[in-house]
Design a protein around this ligand. Structure first.
Ligand code: FES
Length: 108
C-alpha cells in the first residue's frame, strides 16, 4: 500500500445529551465517518487518502468537524451529503471546499 497523500480526521466524540458543549457525535459524525470510508473505496482513492476517527478537536459547536492533512484545512458542520464534494474536489483535485471551511475568526 502506498503512503496516502491525505489524511482525513473525522471527530466522532460523543458527549451526553444536553451537555453544554455539544459534540460531533450528537450530529451524526459516525455516519459521516462511514460515508468517507465508503467514498474512498467507491472512488478508488486508496493510496490517495485514509480516514480516521478522532476525539474532540475543539470547535464542538461547529461539528461535525473534519480536518484534511497535510493541508491543515478544517471543515465544519460537515454532512454526509458533503463527502463526495470533499473527496472529488479536495482529495482528488487538491482544491479545498471553501464553503465548508471554518472561518479564521473562530481561532481568535
Ligand atoms: S466534539 Fe467534535 S470538535 Fe469537540
Amino acid at each position: 500500500m502506498p503512503k496516502p497523500a491525505y489524511h482525513i480526521l473525522v471527530c466522532t466524540n460523543q458527549r451526553p445529551p444536553g451537555h453544554p458543549r455539544g459534540s460531533c457525535g450528537e450530529n451524526a459524525a459516525a455516519a459521516l465517518l462511514e460515508k468517507f470510508g465508503m467514498g474512498i473505496e467507491e472512488k478508488m482513492l486508496f493510496g490517495k487518502a485514509i480516514v480516521s476517527t478522532s476525539s474532540c478537536l475543539g470547535p464542538c459547536s461547529m461539528g461535525p468537524v473534519v480536518i484534511v492533512y497535510p493541508d491543515g484545512v478544517w471543515y465544519n458542520r460537515v454532512k454526509p451529503a458533503d463527502v463526495n464534494e470533499i473527496l472529488e474536489q479536495h482529495i482528488a483535485r487538491g482544491k479545498k471546499v471553501e464553503r465548508l471551511e471554518i472561518p479564521d475568526a473562530v481561532w481568535g
